[in-house]
Every structure is written in C-alpha cells, then in structure tokens.
Design a protein around this ligand. Structure first.
Ligand code: PCA
Length: 211
C-alpha cells in the first residue's frame, strides 16, 4: 500500500489583462512534485475569472485535502515577493476578468465577514526568505481583483468546511518577470529561479512554525 504524504497545494493563475504569461503559474509548476519538510507540492492552475476561480479552488481543496494551501498571483509593479496578510470581502475590478466580467463593489461571499487574515506565519516566512537574499515584503492589501477574491474564498472555505479546519492558507503576490516588466509599465521585476527559491524557503518556514 502506498501511503500518501501530506500535501501542499500551490496554485497559480493563467495570464490576464493582455499579458502573454503569468509568473504565478510558472512558479507553481516549478514547485510541483517537490518535497518540502515531508510534504509534497501539488500545483494547479486557476482561471483569472471571478467565481470560477473560487469554485475550482474549492474542488482542489476537496480533492487534495492539503495541510497547507498557498495561492500565488502576479502584481505588476511590486518589487518583492509580497506576503499578503489579509483578504477582504470585496470584488471591485479595475479591468475585466478573463470572461469579461468586471464586478464593482460586490462581496466575494454574501454575508461573509469583512475580512480574513492569512493563518500562515507570515513574519517567520518573510524572515526566512530575506535571510537567503530573496526580496520579500509583508503586504496589507491583496487588491480587490481576482487574487483577493481567491484569497478570501480560500480562507472562507478553510473556516467553514469541517474537513478543512486543520489546513492553513495564504497568498503571495509576485513581481513581473524581467521579460514582461517594460510591457507592464514597470522597472520592478524578479527572475523566475529567485521566485521559486523564495517560495520554497517560505513554505519550509511555514511548515516549521505554527501561525
Ligand atoms: N493577478 C491578479 C489576478 C490574477 C493574477 O495573477 C490580481 O492581482 O488580482
């Protein structure tokens, strides 16, 4: 009999807003199958679409029952790995999502709490990443587009689904890759191997600490 190791679910998004690629999916793919502190990384892609992304995430949580779920997304203009502290119950899109929807001032979950904090040890993760020379920062806003939507949906599902209460969850925004920065109107970027290394360090720290 094969005994499954506990899993880490790492999600990335498909490209959006006219970009050709999304580093969040490239990082998730690079981490797929890695063993980190006795856990195995399972990568999955989410669509940059309000509603559908949260539904897909819900299916993945039920399917894999991860000990830890970390969702990744691109935030063009940021210069460092941004460990998000809080998700808010707001859908307010500056641009259409990949299905053309552009909700304004709606809730992620009707009647849900105003916000959820990540229950990952973000300060310990920050320190572990910085100690190895990868740029990282703590962020107090994941925005109000699909990334915040997925982050809120993640924390809501971990809070309300009895089978998922032991799981921990969080979100990290990534800078542009060097090759996409100028088209995105920024000079801030990070190379893919540094992103992957930083995330691996962060995940290891998360598994070594309780929040
Ligand atoms: N970034 C967007 C959604 C998908 C992604 O990678 C955001 O920051 O909301």
């Amino acid at each position: 009999m094969v005994t499954a190791t506990p899993r880490i679910l790492v999600t990335g998004f498909d490209p959006f807003g006219g970009a050709a690629l999304n580093p969040s999916w490239l990082v998730a793919q690079a981490l797929h199958g890695r063993r980190i502190a006795g856990h195995t990384v399972q990568a999955a892609q989410l669509p940059t679409v309000f509603g559908l992304s949260a539904l897909r995430l819900g299916e993945l949580l039920q399917q894999h029952r991860p000990a830890l779920a970390l969702c990744l997304g691109l935030a063009a203009g940021r210069a460092a790995l941004s460990l998000e502290r809080v998700a808010i119950n707001v859908n307010d899109a500056r641009i259409p999502d990949n299905h053309g929807a552009q909700p304004v001032d709606g809730p992620v979950v009707n009647g849900g709490p105003a916000a959820y904090f990540s229950n990952l040890p973000v300060k310990a993760m920050l320190q572990a990443i910085r100690n190895e020379g990868v740029a990282a920062e703590l962020s107090n806003s994941a925005g109000t587009f699909v990334c915040n939507h997925v982050f809120y949906a993640l924390m809501h599902q971990l809070a309300v689904q009895p089978g998922l209460r032991a799981a921990r969850g969080g979100f990290v925004h990534l800078p542009c890759l060097p090759e996409q920065a100028s088209a995105a109107g920024t000079t801030h970027c990070m190379a893919l191997p540094d992103m992957v290394r930083g995330l691996q360090l962060g995940l290891r720290a998360a598994l070594a600490h309780t929040a």
